[in-house]
Every structure is written in C-alpha cells, then in structure tokens.
Design a protein around this ligand. Structure first.
Ligand SMILES: C[S@@+](CC[C@H](N)C(=O)[O-])C[C@H]1O[C@@H](n2cnc3c(N)ncnc32)[C@H](O)[C@@H]1O
Length: 323
C-alpha cells in the first residue's frame, strides 16, 4: 500500500475511495512491471515512413531504404509510390543472409545528425547501416543523467559497436571507455566521435572481448559510475571467445558488479534478442544493482514512430537501473 499515505497527504484527506484504489493499483502495477515503450520520437534526419509485409521503409537523411524486419508481420495498409522509389532495397536470400539492390546512386557513406551528435551511415552486407536509430531514446536519457549529475562521470560502453552511446555520453561531458570486439567498428566509432566534434574528448577505444576487459579492469582496480551494454544474441571476441546471451548475460552482469564505483549513476542493458522479456532485464538488475545499491529500475520496449500509420515499431527491449 506504498502509494496510499502519499495520496492522502497530497489531497489533504479529500481523496475519494476510487482515487485511492486507482493509485494503489497503479503502484502495484509499477512495482510488478507495467511496461512502457521508450520511443525515439525526436529525430529530424531519420524516419520510419511506413511498414508492412515484413519490411520497413526508412529515410536516412535524403536516402530512402527498404529493409526486412521480422517484427512486421502485418500487411501494407496503402501502397504509396514511395516504396518503389527507394535508393536501396535489401533482399533476404533463402540460403541465409542477403544483399542490397541499389536502384539509385548513393554516396559510399553519408552523415545524419541527432541533436549535436553526427553519424556516418553506410549500408553493410548484413542489412545494417551502422546505427540503431531507436537508441536515441537511450542517448537522450543518458545525456540528461550525465549532465544532471553535476560531478565527473566515468562511463563504460560494452558491445559498443559504432559508438552511438559513446558519443552521446561524451557529448554530455562524461569520460568514456568504449569496448568492442570488432576493430572496424571501433574505427567507425572513432570517426563518429570526430564528426561530432569529440575528437579531443576523453574517450578510450578498446578492441577486446568484454569479459576479458572487465576482468582486467577489476585487477587494475578501475571503476565506473555508469555501465551501458548492448549484447548481441551470439557474438565472438577478437580471439574467438563465445558470447551466448542466455548463458553469458547473468555471469557477465555479476562480474561487472566488481567494477561499479561507490556512487553509481546508472546501468543500462539493451537487447535485440527475440524471446527475452523486459522482465528478465528488470529481474537481473534487481538481483545485482538494486540488491547492492537500492535505486530504481525501469524496463520496457524501445521503438520508433511510424509516420504513415501513427503506430510505433517495436525494435528491442531495455532495462535501466538508476540511483
Ligand atoms: C548489437 S551490436 C551493438 C549495437 C550498439 N550498441 C548501438 O546501439 O548502436 C553488438 C556489438 O557487440 C560486439 N561484440 C560481440 N561479441 C563481443 C564480445 N565478446 N566482446 C566485445 N564485443 C563483442 C560486436 O562486434 C557488435 O559491434
């Protein structure tokens, strides 16, 4: 009945019984997991224009791309000519993988901007473009947390890819350590930081296996006020170390606890692994960060608005612990 005294106090004893019941039920739902979608709805250079038939139509700056998306199991509602007027269309192949069909000339790579952050975009052979735009919902949140902390913040970005979260955290004034197994991705992240005017910011780039790196940091006694991780379902470290989310996530999170500072600001876990519920992330953060430091947890889906339908496209899940 946590909410009850607060409500009575706020309403000076005049709350109706139904208001009390609603407040009580809401508190219960929030505690046990009512999930919201964190929608990245303030992009100017990026947009999901439409979805349907297993594909999404997106605008990346001036470039229109058509890509498969396994979540889109609904049909196209209205066939606008735009779908056929794209620059590039990624086709899945029946033997796995796929390839781009380029219908119009596009630059080898181009730039898009979110707030003061800038990113190089380039269609890759794996259908990706080097950026997950829905992550802007996390970038905004972490920039606000870091800027509002009013103290120096050390951030560890794990599975850091092309550095979306790295540039967001650095632009808000944090010192960042960026770790990814793929040399090419670390280089791309460096270029994104330079493009965003952060070439001279305190960012360390490490090409390593995340498990090995965290263990090494523990031996060195290095600590972080904020940890961000976006682990894949399956992954490989630079020396072939295997990462399997279902088996590796909890032990990895437990080992990260050894390098959390005495005054942690936040921990963020993001996942694109199908079948994992936001409750899994909430539970794991509760058993680790909340158990040791108290604080609050929120969890839910992360998504993007779809311009034509006004609906939201679910992209993945997140769990956030904050002090
Ligand atoms: C899903 S992507 C991360 C997306 C990114 N955080 C973003 O929001 O744009 C996963 C990344 O994890 C890296 N990775 C996979 N296994 C790893 C490991 N064992 N150690 C370090 N990085 C790993 C891959 O190289 C890849 O860049």
């Amino acid at each position: 009945m946590d909410g009850l005294p607060i409500l009575l106090e706020r309403n000076e004893g005049l709350a109706s019984f139904s208001q009390i019941v609603v407040q009580y039920r809401l508190n219960d739902l929030l505690k046990d997991g009512i999930y919201m979608m964190y929608v990245a709805n303030d992009w100017k250079d990026y947009e999901v224009i439409d979805t349907g038939g297993g594909e999404k139509l997106e605008r990346w700056g001036e470039v229109l791309l058509r890509r498969p998306d396994p979540q889109i199991i609904w049909p196209l509602q209205q066939d606008t000519g735009l779908w056929r007027n794209v620059h590039g269309h990624y086709h899945r192949s029946s033997s796995g993988g796929g390839s781009w069909e380029m219908k119009k000339a596009i630059p080898e790579r181009w730039t898009i901007q979110y707030d003061r952050l800038k990113f190089h975009i380039k269609p890759t052979s794996f259908k990706h473009t080097g950026l997950f735009p829905e992550q802007a919902a996390n970038w905004r949140w972490m920039m606000d947390k870091i800027a509002g902390a009013n103290r120096p913040i050390r951030v560890l970005n794990l599975f850091a890819y092309t550095g979306g979260a790295t540039v967001a955290a650095a632009s808000a004034g944090a010192e960042v350590v960026h770790v990814d197994a793929a040399k090419g991705m670390v280089q791309w992240a460096k270029e994104n930081a330079a493009l965003s005017g952060l070439a001279a910011s305190p960012i360390r780039y490490i090409t390593d296996d995340v498990f090995k790196f965290v263990q090494r940091e523990k031996r060195r006694g290095n600590q972080y006020d904020a940890i961000i991780m976006d682990p894949p379902s399956y992954g490989r470290g630079p020396s072939g170390e295997t990462w399997k989310l279902e088996e590796s996530l909890y032990p990895f999170l437990a080992s990260c606890m050894d390098i959390v500072s005495d005054q942690p600001l936040f921990m963020l876990i993001n996942s694109y692994t199908t079948g994992i519920s936001p409750t899994v992330l909430r539970n794991m953060l509760s058993m680790t960060m909340q158990h040791k430091y108290g604080g609050t947890i929120s969890a839910g889906e992360i998504g993007l608005p779809i311009t034509h339908s006004g609906l939201n496209l679910p992209c993945g899940i997140l769990g956030r612990w904050e002090s």
